[in-house]
Unconditional design. Sequence first.
Length: 137
Amino acid sequence: MNIALFIIVVIAVGGASAVFEGAEAFARRDYAAAAKAWRTLLRESSWAIEPIYDVVAIAFEKAGEDELAEKLDATLGARGSKNGVDLSFVRSARRAEKRGDKAHARELAQRIVDAWSVADETVPAVAEMRALLARQR
């Protein structure tokens, strides 16, 4: 969805305050406040979050709300995928390693390495996921 159209729709149907409050807090690096504002959007359909879900998931993670980040990534992740994966896979691999789910962390990390190691540019997440794989052996 075009971001301008997204803003118009959000304003027209309500929810603008939560979107903008969260965005302002995120810009201030106040991730707890951003997560608090955006948490309410999870009650609605995913259309309100979809254009900004990466940022929302990052805010949830940085606010210590890994379960909400995981729920969001599982719902909206890989829709805008690059060779079958997107940044939601990177975040999910980190969270899996953090909670001790080595098998899932390895699976996700390997998918990222396989998909993005052939990119025309160096992708920093590939090195990070290779390191994760090395730690999990």
